[in-house]
Design a protein. Structure first.
Length: 446
């Protein structure tokens, strides 16, 4: 379908913006321009309403243009638009840190603010190395990530990340090794957590044998991998990782940039899957995507280690941070967003509605033989599409474009379509999203 108004921009204006994680040449031939958003819908240049099937980029679980967040941001801009992040403070960062701790598992109550998920990952990894050095174990510097993991676009993130396309162009990164992913043959079409695959955690023992725990700082995994294709941990898998990390004195970091604050029908992935890590990275939903912000929650013992070994008290305990750490406008947006999640009782709603979502997405299987796997948890789903012409990412791209034409925004990445509707999505909206997706899948057979 060709849109009535492709763009009001000139070709030169389109060319001036080198777009992130976008096929720039294709986009600029056929721009998909969003002009506004409200509730669970975008509006494009043609005035079409488009359902937000990924809550922005896993950011906007509350939907768009939430009055309390808008108001908090507007008031904050008028009162304190910026405040130096180093050596001076403003009240809202402390209030937000306390509020974030209430969402974190018990003991993860020391919050370091960043500007994004990538910076949160960088922060967690730097703190892990520095922590061991402070404890007199400075050889513990290597990191273990996981195949298909995504930990942001920084050099540290791509190093521990395990999506091949994100790594191949960039040469050497941090010294990192990778666990296998947990999409185990035989677990396809599992609803929620698969019964098989836990043993893949034992690969950590082999990596420890190879590199020795005295050289390993931390293991970092997403409790549920989002960008890698919505990969749900098998039953017992995260527990086994925790056990091995404990036995070998290795920190366990959960990258919860997608899973924190409700997406799993729990406050965190840690709560959903019943495993408490040593640090949790977060971003996205903390401000409902309205203003960039990230954070890392650390166990108190990690924080105390820096405080107890910080030298004279006018000295920095850790020389680390960002100009936009704890930005006052982001803090105002964060306070309003987390309050809204609580007030609307949305985490319980996601949990209660998850079985409805699960049934809905798994219905796609029967009519669509090109689907090779469907995975789901909370308000998230990943659908794997069989490759065509030896190109795994071609069909997901075509399907996502067809969905856009039908009035639905979904994410495509590698061989998957990813779905993550806003937390208050109604059953009728789920049905219409999945029906449209069924139609777009059928077009692949024609
Ligand atoms: C698990 C995870 N970690 C880190 C990031 C990077 O976050 P950002 O894009 O805000 O830097 C993402 C982004 O999707 C993510 O999903």
């Amino acid at each position: 379908m060709s849109h009535i108004v492709k763009s009001r921009l000139t070709q030169a204006q389109l060319d001036a913006h080198w777009m992130a994680y976008t096929g720039n040449r294709q986009f600029k031939k056929d721009p998909r321009i969003i002009v506004s958003a409200e509730g669970r819908y975008y509006t494009d240049l043609d005035g079409r309403k488009i359902f937000d099937g990924l809550s922005g980029l896993w950011t906007c679980g509350l939907g768009h243009s939430v009055p309390s967040i808008n108001e908090a941001v507007a008031n904050q801009v008028k009162t304190l638009d910026y405040s130096p992040a180093f050596q001076f403070g403003h009240e809202k960062s402390f209030l937000l840190a306390e509020k974030i701790s209430e969402f974190m598992p018990s003991g993860l109550n020391r919050i370091f603010f960043t500007g994004s998920g990538s910076e949160s990952v960088d922060t967690a990894l730097k703190v892990a190395r520095a922590y061991w050095r402070k404890k007199g174990m400075g050889t513990k510097t290597k990191f273990i990530g996981r195949a298909k993991g995504y930990h942001g676009a920084g050099i540290s993130g791509f190093s521990v990340g395990g999506i091949p396309a994100n790594r191949t162009l960039y040469g050497q990164g941090l010294e990192s090794y990778h666990l296998p992913h947990t999409q185990v043959p035989g677990s396809e079409f599992s609803k929620g957590m698969a019964d098989i695959g836990k043993e893949r955690a034992d690969e950590l023992l082999n990596l420890i044998t190879m590199h020795d725990a005295s050289n390993i700082a931390a293991v970092i995994v997403e409790p549920m991998s989002g960008s890698g294709g919505v990969i749900i941990p098998p039953k017992g898998y995260l527990q086994r990782l925790r056990e091995i990390c404990d036995q070998h004195n290795i920190l366990l970091i959960f990258d919860e940039v997608i899973t924190a604050f409700g997406r799993m029908g729990a406050q965190t992935g840690s709560e959903a899957f019943g495993v408490i890590p040593d640090a949790i990275t977060m971003a996205k939903q903390v401000t409902n995507g309205v203003i960039p912000m990230g954070a890392v929650a650390f166990k108190q013992e990690i924080y105390d280690t820096f405080m107890d070994n910080g030298g004279p008290d006018y000295m920095l305990e850790i020389p680390h941070g960002y100009t936009y750490s704890a930005h006052p406008i982001a803090c105002a947006a964060g306070l309003a967003s987390l309050e809204e999640i609580k007030q609307q009782n949305l985490i319980a709603r996601v949990k209660d509605m998850s079985p409805v979502w699960e049934n809905c997405v798994h219905q796609l299987r029967d009519a669509n033989p090109i689907i090779t796997d469907i995975r789901n948890y909370g308000f998230a789903a990943g659908i794997t599409i069989a490759p065509v012409d030896g190109e795994p990412s071609k069909r997901p791209f075509q399907i996502a474009m067809s969905m856009w034409d039908k009035g639905y925004y979904v994410r495509y990445g590698a061989d998957t379509i990813q779905l993550a509707p806003p937390f208050a999505t109604e059953k009728a909206e789920m049905d219409s999203l999945i029906n449209a997706l069924g139609d777009s899948l059928q077009e692949q057979n024609q």
